[in-house]
Design a protein around this ligand. Structure first.
Ligand code: GDP
Ligand code: MG
Length: 305
């Protein structure tokens, strides 16, 4: 499968929702106020967010669409263009480039969003670009979490620094960053426990991880990646706000886009926060993470008609 087909396949549920939803609304020969209302309502229902839905409504109503043209096709083109222009500045492909200087990367997010899995997948892409990767098993809360990252490290053949269950997550991170510094690793990917953003002590622990890495490199952490689960709906907005308050997020990864028809939430997030998007998770396997590309995303999200 080519890259475009992979996106299409991964975003199939959302794309079908859009194509079908708009087809049902746009049955008339012209776009009147009622149709505009219905389009806006549909976009909001698809989790695109109030602001983007309003923008899109405005663009459609101002554009003089030639009634002789295929109306649905024209609206789809407007949507594609809107999504592309909104998201193009959010691409961050150079994250994956080969680098010599050590980068420490904290991977955060609430429980079950796909942090550990994403670390495995990111590690694989980074490694294939010639980087030297080290994992830090700083989710020490459950033994299973340490094992899970350990399995990923074996699967993609990268080194891991780990400790026993219940040990201090920050000290594991410290050891990992130290080891990386001494042995010329290019990337340390730090796994963290699924912190609930309203649990103050857990958030403090997360901050502590960030602070200890600074003892070795004051510019650390170089990246703070927030992982979001596309199936979590509007809750995602609060997650971004809360995590961004603790340590500024430098990149987002949205997972499980394959499991939802409401991938429109990525558009809402883009409009509201303008945070870089590193990659999209579209499956559980090691190659099911795609580097974010706004053109391919918009073209496959708004399906053919
Ligand atoms: P964590 O608690 O944030 O570390 O989450 P995990 O990495 O343990 O992932 C939780 C579950 O989500 C696992 O069963 C993963 O296989 C699954 N998962 C992660 N990313 C994706 C994705 O992009 N698509 C699908 N369908 N499942 C995913
Ligand atoms: Mg985990």
């Amino acid at each position: 499968m080519g890259i475009f087909d992979i996106f299409k396949f991964g975003l199939k549920k959302s794309a079908t929702n859009f194509t079908e939803g708009l087809r049902e609304i746009i049955i008339k020969k012209e776009i009147d106020d009622q149709t505009l209302n219905e389009i806006e309502e549909f976009l909001i229902k698809s989790d695109v967010g109030l602001e983007a839905a309003e923008d899109i409504r405005g663009i459609i109503s101002q554009k003089k669409i030639d009634p002789k043209k295929n109306l649905l096709g024209e609206v789809n083109n407007i949507l594609k263009q809107y999504i592309f222009e909104l998201m193009r500045p959010l691409e961050k492909k150079d994250f994956f480039d080969k680098t010599e200087n050590m980068k420490t990367i904290i991977v955060s997010g609430v429980n079950g969003v796909g942090k550990t899995t994403t670390i495995g997948k990111l590690g694989k892409i980074l490694k294939s670009n010639g980087n030297k990767i080290l994992f830090s098993a700083s989710d020490t809360f459950r033994a299973a979490a340490i094992d899970q990252l350990d399995n990923w490290s074996k699967k993609i053949e990268v080194k891991i620094v780990k400790s026993s269950q219940g040990s201090d997550p920050a000290s594991v991170a410290y050891k990992a960053v130290e080891e990386a510094k001494n042995n010329n690793y290019s990337h340390v990917l730090i796994d963290t426990a699924g912190r609930l953003q309203n649990k103050k002590n857990l958030m403090e622990e997360y901050k502590k991880i960030s602070n200890v890495t600074k003892k070795i490199d004051e510019k650390s952490p170089h990246e703070v990646i927030l992982v979001l689960d596309a199936t979590s709906g509007q809750n995602i907005i609060t997650q971004v706000e809360e995590f961004n308050r603790i340590i500024p997020i430098t990149g987002l990864v949205m997972t499980k886009l394959d499991g939802t028809a409401k991938g429109g939430i990525l558009i809402a997030i883009s409009k509201k926060f303008k945070l870089p998007i590193l990659a999209l998770g579209m499956g559980e396997k090691e190659d099911d993470l795609q580097i974010f590309d706004a053109k391919i995303f918009s073209d496959s999200f708004i399906g053919a008609n």
